[in-house]
Design a protein around this ligand. Structure first.
Ligand code: ZN
Ligand code: ZN
Ligand code: ZN
Length: 224
C-alpha cells in the first residue's frame, strides 16, 4: 500500500500530494522540472562561490608572490650596492663603481686618472732618458730621472745646491738634470750606478771640461 503525503515544492512552492518512494528528491519537489531547476540553481551558486574563492585565493597568492619578489629585489639591490661600495686606496674616500663581481676597484675615478697620467708621464721620461743610450747602443736600464732626483733629495751631487722639482725642464742654473757620471760619449752606461742628479750649471761645466761632449751652443773651436 503506497503512502502519500502533502508536500510543498521547494522550487515552485506549490502544494502537491506525492507518493512517498525511496527515490531522491521525492519529498522535496513537485516535478522533475522543479528538481532540475533547483539543482541547476544550486550548481550555479556553487560555481559562483567557487569563482569568488578562486579569485580571492589567486589575489592572495599574487600578493604573496609580489611581496616575495619585492623582498628578493630589495635584497638583490642591497647586495649590488654592497658590492659597489669601494674605498679609494689613494684618497681613502668611499665611492661606488661597477666592477667585476668579487674584485673591487682600488682607486676612485679621479685618483685612477691621476695615477694613469703619472704612469704615462713616467714611461715617457724613462723612454726619453734612455734614447741617447739606445742610439749609442750602450747598456741601458729603464730609469725614471725623477726617481734619481728623488733619491738624491733633489740636490746636485757635484755642488750640493738644491735642484727643486719646479725647475725641471727650465733653463735655470739650478734645474735638476740627469747626469751620466761617466758620459755616454766616454763609454758610460745608462744604468743606475752611472746616473746622478746634477744642477744644470754643473752639468754644463762638466760638458765643457770634457772634450768630445757636444753641448748646445758650444762649438768645437779652441779644443786641445
Ligand atoms: Zn514545483
Ligand atoms: Zn681617490
Ligand atoms: Zn751643481
Amino acid at each position: 500500500m503506497p503512502s502519500y503525503k502533502n508536500i510543498v515544492c521547494e522550487w515552485c512552492k506549490h502544494s502537491v500530494k506525492r507518493q512517498v518512494r525511496g527515490t531522491k528528491d521525492a519529498g522535496r519537489f513537485c516535478s522533475r522540472d522543479c528538481s532540475y531547476a533547483s539543482s541547476s540553481r544550486m550548481k550555479a551558486e556553487r560555481e559562483a562561490l567557487r569563482r569568488i574563492v578562486t579569485k580571492q585565493y589567486k589575489r592572495a597568492m599574487r600578493a604573496l608572490r609580489e611581496s616575495r619578489r619585492v623582498k628578493r629585489e630589495r635584497e638583490r639591490l642591497q647586495y649590488i650596492d654592497d658590492a659597489l661600495k669601494c674605498v679609494c686606496k689613494s684618497c681613502n674616500e668611499p665611492f661606488k663603481q661597477i666592477t667585476h663581481l668579487g674584485s673591487k676597484a682600488a682607486y676612485c675615478k679621479s685618483c685612477a686618472e691621476q695615477l694613469e697620467a703619472e704612469s704615462n708621464r713616467k714611461s715617457r721620461r724613462v723612454a726619453k732618458s734612455r734614447r741617447r743610450a739606445r742610439i749609442r747602443n750602450t747598456k741601458s736600464d729603464p730609469i725614471d730621472p725623477f726617481d734619481v732626483f728623488e733619491t738624491a733629495d733633489w740636490a746636485c751631487y757635484l755642488c750640493g745646491v738644491n735642484t727643486p722639482k719646479s725647475l725641471r725642464g727650465t733653463y735655470d742654473s739650478r734645474a735638476p738634470e740627469l747626469d751620466h757620471i761617466i758620459p755616454l760619449s766616454k763609454g758610460g752606461t745608462h744604468t743606475m750606478d752611472n746616473v746622478a742628479c746634477a744642477c744644470r750649471k754643473c752639468n754644463n761645466i762638466k760638458g765643457d771640461i770634457l772634450p768630445n761632449t757636444p753641448r748646445r751652443g758650444n762649438s768645437s773651436a779652441g779644443g786641445p
